[in-house]
Design a protein around this ligand. Structure first.
Ligand SMILES: Cc1ncc(COP(=O)(O)O)c(C=O)c1O
Length: 420
C-alpha cells in the first residue's frame, strides 16, 4: 500500500471469507484497545455513567458503546458490523431470533391501511405474523406466487408499501428473481424485504440485487452449530435506524453471549457453506436418479424451474434440498425410519445433517395447513438440511432410506447412535 500522505489507497477490499474471520476487519476498531485476538465478551447490561453529560451522550448518540443492553451492546455491535460487511450493507442489527428480526422490521415499516404483497410459500410463522397484522393492525396482505413476476406485478396497488420475499423458500425451495421483483416493487414505490436464511451472505446478497432489507434467521447457517437463536437484518442507515427504534420498543435484543457464539460460528461460514453445497448437490442428483422419488428441488439442479435465476443470484447452491416420493407421506415415513443416523430435527443450516417433514410439523396447524394446501406442497415433502459430515456417509444413509422405500419395507428402527 502507498503510505504517502494524501495518496489514494488502491488496496482491494477484503474478501467476505476474511471479513467473516477477523473481529476487527469490519469494526471501527474501538475494541482494539483491549488487544484481544478474539472479540471481547462483556457480560454486563449496564455501564457506569462517568458524569451526567457522558451518560446522556451514550443514551442519545451511541448506546452500542455502553448504556443499557436492550438499546445496544459492544459485543453485539461487533457481530452486527461483521454482518453488515458480509451483506454489503451500510448497517445491520441483531435480534434474539429470526422471528424477532422479521416481526420487528414489519412493525417498524407498516401502518394501518398499508398493502403488502408476499410470496405465498414462505416460512410458516412469517405467514402467521402477516395474517396477524392483517387481522389486528389494518394491514392488507395478498399472497401470490412470486416465482411468476407477472403475479407480483398484477397484485401491486397504489397503497402497496412492501413486497415480502423469501428465497430459496422454506420448505419448497422456490427461487424468486430478486432483481426482477425489486424492479417491479420500485416502479410502484414499494420496499422489498428478502428473507435470505436458506442462502446466507456468502451465497446471496439481496441488497446488491435491489432489495431494501436482507433478513435472516442467524440461528441457521450464520451461527451454524445449532447452539444459538438469533436473527439479523441489513440495509440502509435510515431504514435500519427505524427498525432499531422499534427493537427498543419490542425488546428482542440479542444476548451478548449469543453474539459471541455467533461471531465464532461465522468464522467458519465459508468452509461450511462450501462443503454443504457440494454434498447437497450430490445428494440432490442421487434423489433425482431414484425411481421412488417424484419431486426434488435444489437451486442448482437443472430441473429446478428457477435454476437459471438461482445461477445468476446465488454463488453456491446451499445446503437445503426438498423432495417427495410418489408414495406420498407413507413412503416418507418408511424413508425416515430406515435412516441409520441422520436425525429428524426441527431446525436447519447447522453442522449436522438433519431432516424435517413440514406436513407433520410447521404445516400441521389448521390455518397454515389450509394455506399450504393452496400452494400445493407435494404430500410427504421432506426438507433435508445438509451438514458437514462425510459426504459418503450422508449419501449412504440417504440411499438406505431410498432402498427401503423402493422395497416397500420399514427398514431398521431409527437408533440413537451416530456413525455410518
Ligand atoms: C426462512 C426462515 N425465516 C425465519 C425463520 C425464523 O427464525 P428463528 O427460528 O430464528 O426465529 C426460520 C426458522 O426456521 C426460517 O427458516
Amino acid at each position: 500500500m502507498d503510505t504517502t500522505p494524501g495518496a489514494v489507497s488502491i488496496e482491494p477490499p477484503l474478501a467476505p471469507e476474511t471479513l467473516a474471520v477477523h473481529p476487527w476487519a469490519s469494526a471501527e476498531g474501538r475494541s482494539r484497545a483491549h488487544r484481544t485476538l478474539n472479540a471481547p465478551l462483556f457480560l454486563t447490561t449496564q455501564w457506569e455513567g462517568g458524569d451526567l453529560p457522558e451518560l446522556a451522550d451514550h443514551f442519545a448518540r451511541d448506546p452500542d458503546r455502553g448504556f443499557y443492553t436492550r438499546f445496544g451492546h459492544p459485543t453485539v455491535r461487533l457481530a452486527e458490523e461483521r454482518i453488515a460487511a458480509l451483506e454489503g450493507a451500510a448497517d445491520a442489527l441483531l435480534f434474539s431470533s429470526g422471528m424477532g428480526a422479521i416481526s420487528t422490521s414489519l412493525l417498524a415499516v407498516l401502518r394501518a391501511g398499508d398493502h403488502v404483497v408476499a410470496h405465498q410459500a414462505i416460512f410458516a410463522q412469517t405467514i402467521q405474523f402477516l395474517e396477524h397484522l392483517s387481522a389486528s393492525a389494518g394491514v392488507r396482505v395478498d399472497f401470490v406466487d412470486a416465482a411468476d413476476p407477472r403475479q407480483v406485478a398484477a397484485a401491486m396497488r397504489p397503497d402497496t408499501r412492501l413486497l415480502y420475499l423469501e428465497t430459496p423458500s422454506n420448505p419448497a425451495i422456490d427461487i424468486l428473481d430478486i432483481q426482477a421483483l425489486a424492479a417491479i416493487a420500485r416502479a410502484h414505490g414499494a420496499r422489498v424485504f428478502v428473507d435470505t436464511t436458506f442462502a446466507g451472505p456468502l451465497i446471496q446478497r439481496p441488497l446488491s440485487l435491489g432489495a431494501d432489507l436482507s433478513l435472516q434467521s442467524a440461528s441457521k447457517s450464520l451461527a451454524g452449530h445449532a447452539d444459538v437463536l438469533a436473527g439479523a437484518v441489513a440495509g440502509a442507515v435510515d431504514l435500519v435506524a427505524d427498525i432499531r427504534k422499534m427493537r427498543v420498543l419490542t425488546g428482542p435484543s440479542l444476548d451478548p453471549h449469543a453474539s459471541w457464539l455467533l461471531l465464532r460460528g461465522m468464522q467458519t461460514l465459508s468452509l461450511r457453506v462450501r462443503t454443504q453445497s457440494e454434498t447437497a448437490a450430490a445428494v440432490a442428483r442421487r434423489l433425482e436418479a431414484s425411481p421412488a422419488v417424484s419431486h426434488v428441488r435444489y437451486p442448482f439442479l437443472p430441473s429446478h424451474p428457477g435454476h437459471e435465476v438461482a445461477r445468476r443470484q446465488m454463488a453456491l447452491g446451499g445446503g437445503m434440498v426438498s423432495f417427495a416420493f410418489a408414495g406420498g407421506l407413507e413412503a416418507t415415513r418408511r424413508f425416515v425410519s430406515a435412516l441409520r443416523w441422520i436425525p429428524l430435527a426441527s431446525s436447519l443450516g447447522s453442522v449436522y445433517t438433519t431432516l424435517e417433514v413440514p406436513e407433520e410439523l410447521d404445516f400441521a396447524t389448521e390455518e397454515i395447513g389450509d394455506r399450504a394446501a393452496s400452494f400445493a406442497l407435494p404430500p410427504g415433502l421432506v426438507r433435508l438440511s445438509i451438514g458437514v459430515e462425510s459426504q459418503a456417509d450422508i449419501e449412504r444413509d440417504i440411499q438406505r432410506g431410498l432402498d427401503a422405500v423402493a422395497e416397500g419395507t420399514g427398514g431398521a428402527p431409527h437408533p440413537p447412535t451416530s456413525g455410518a
